[in-house]
Design a protein around this ligand. Structure first.
Ligand code: HEC
Length: 153
């Protein structure tokens, strides 16, 4: 009796470690995808800020950048599967709170998507004041999420 119990326990342990092994590539891909995407978003957002600083933003430069941010923001929620926090053992600044307070994190992702769409619309309309306001709103969502859910370097 004791023996079959430990055999079952061993089988479970093997299954669990197999599951962890099998999940690794998906987790690795998700972490890489979100980091690459945030990096692109960060670069595009900086370029839009630089255009605004110039006083007369070149809307032809801004439009594709804003479009790219909006498209990337919409995909980001896919790149935070369970197990892709620090426990993955890979280089990531995603805090465990993302999965502990998941509703708050998902809400901030939604805020970012909405604000990025508004930035895209403002860029398309070509109005600099509107673009500046949309930039401020979007920038607020980056900060709110980073303050709470992104670890310091
Ligand atoms: C809903 C939460 C959330 C929002 C909103 C958010 N970020 Fe992040 N960001 C993160 C997390 C979490 C990481 C760390 C990801 C990792 O290391 O796995 C990150 C990482 C980054 C990085 C570093 C990427 C790298 O590894 O090189 C940059 C740059 C960045 N974000 C820019 C932005 C900008 C710009 C915005 C707003 C336009 C934004 N983020 C909005 C959560 C968010």
């Amino acid at each position: 009796m004791k023996r079959s119990y430990s055999a079952a326990f061993l089988a479970f342990g093997m299954l669990a470690s197999y599951a962890a092994y099998a999940a690794a590539p998906a987790v690795t891909n998700a972490i890489k995808a979100r980091q690459a995407s945030y990096k692109e978003i960060g670069g595009a957002f900086k370029s839009i800020n630089d255009e605004l600083k110039s006083g007369a933003p070149d809307m032809n430069s801004v439009k594709p950048l804003a479009r790219d941010i909006a498209a990337r923001a919409a995909l980001l929620p896919k790149y935070f599967p369970k197990g892709s926090g620090p426990e993955a053992g890979l280089k990531t600044r995603a805090k465990p709170e993302i999965w502990k307070d998941n509703a708050a994190f998902v809400k901030l992702q939604g805020d970012m998507i909405t604000a990025a769409r508004a930035l895209d619309a403002a860029a398309a309309s070509g109005n600099a004041a509107g673009l500046s306001a949309a930039r401020n709103t979007l920038g607020g969502t980056c900060k709110s999420c980073h303050d709470r859910f992104r670890a310091e370097l």
